[in-house]
Write a protein that binds this ligand. Structure first.
Ligand SMILES: Cc1ncc(COP(=O)(O)O)c(C=O)c1O
Length: 351
């Protein structure tokens, strides 16, 4: 089974720590909890469990449309970004795909499920894991599908639209997982109007901090792909609550503004507090998480994890990502109090 961040139940059991006392820097979940408004919406709509959700998700798609400024007929919704990654790969069914590496581990799993031949485009440590787009384009011969996580988990770097366009001009099909895009305001959704070979996936788990409702959506101009996805998808895979909550999340301008503000200011705090420590290196992030390398020879990522869990702090040990090793870890940005706790502990360990 693939190891993911945010596995609080397993960690709570293993270390015998109450789940609600854990401070989770591993799941990349946005810093704000669900607002009082949303709690009231759930309570006031409790009767929704008595009926099936609208199978066309008309109102939800309208809300996504105004949030993303895309065309409504180009949207499909799913049970988290996870369902849409799986459905798109099944629907497009490529024989040969290319993944940038290291990246999110589920793409490889889904491609293996359809017996697709997988190539990896290495993101190099000596280039701070920033992709060389010229080289990437040169390696696209025979490739039917390119998969990019943008910003990339776990490296945090995001490719800008001028380069995304160059890739689109040179590849058969491009799937972009924009699970973390709203943390940075860099999205290729506007390009879906021009490019039939672009499939963009989004979720609500991270930016809106609601992984439990399992709501994702995708945008693509290609009608054949959209129809295939609808054929493959289980009916009502987005449940009534996700349907109702989703509509309100996308309209919640105050929450959206506050989340962006916290991420921007707190990210700066992490860089200014930790950049001076000589025994860790922080990579530049365009997202809500930061990848770090331990330069101290006497500590590895598992040891660091064990030290921090004693303070109820969970970081993501990044050693199981391809091309990374037991010197890498990742943490996400939470609210100021918790961020300060992590900074204090990291300073104690590394200074
Ligand atoms: C890049 C990326 N895509 C997708 C997912 C899964 O998202 P969802 O909860 O919307 O299924 C994750 C979760 O960690 C992720 O990091």
């Amino acid at each position: 089974m693939i190891n993911h961040g945010g596995d609080l139940d397993a960690i709570s059991k293993k270390y015998n720590i109450k789940k609600d006392t854990l401070i989770d820097f591993s799941g990349n979940i946005g810093p704000l909890c669900i607002s009082e408004d949303i709690k009231n919406i759930i309570i006031n709509n409790i009767d929704a469990i008595k009926t099936y959700p609208d199978k066309t998700y008309e109102n939800l798609k309208n809300a996504i449309c105004s949030y993303c400024l895309c065309d409504k007929e180009d949207i499909n919704v799913g049970n988290g970004a996870t369902e849409l990654i799986s459905l798109f790969i099944k629907a497009y069914n490529p024989k040969k795909a290319l993944i940038l590496s290291p990246s999110y581990l589920e793409y490889e799993k889904e491609l293996k499920n359809i017996n697709c031949k997988i190539s990896f485009f290495p993101l190099k440590e000596e280039e701070d894991f920033i992709p060389n787009i010229d080289l990437l384009i040169k390696s696209l011969k025979d490739i039917e599908l390119v998969i990019i996580c943008n910003p990339n988990n776990p490296t945090g770097y995001s490719i800008k639209n001028n380069d995304i366009k160059r890739i689109l001009d040179n590849c058969k099909f491009l799937m972009v997982d924009e699970t973390y895009a709203e943390f940075e305001n860099n999205s290729c959704i506007p390009l879906t109007k021009e490019y039939q070979n672009l499939f963009v996936i989004r979720g609500t788990s991270k930016f809106f901090g609601v992984p439990g409702i399992r709501l994702g959506y995708c945008i693509c101009k290609n009608k054949e792909i959209n129809d295939k996805i609808l054929k493959l998808k289980d009916l009502w895979s987005v449940n009534s609550f996700a349907n109702i909550i989703g509509i309100h999340l996308f309209n919640n301008k105050d929450f959206i503004y506050k989340t962006k503000h916290i991420i921007n200011t707190q990210k700066q705090m992490f860089y200014s507090e930790l950049s001076n420590i000589k025994t860790i290196k922080l990579y530049k992030s365009n997202s809500n998480f930061i990848l770090c390398k331990i330069l101290d020879k006497s500590i590895n990522s598992s040891m660091l994890f064990e030290k921090l869990i004693k303070q109820n702090i969970i970081i993501r040990d990044a050693k199981d990502f391809a091309l990374l090793n037991d010197k890498f870890f990742r943490f996400c940005i939470l609210e100021e109090d918790n961020n300060k706790k992590l900074i204090k502990e990291l300073k104690n360990i590394f200074e």
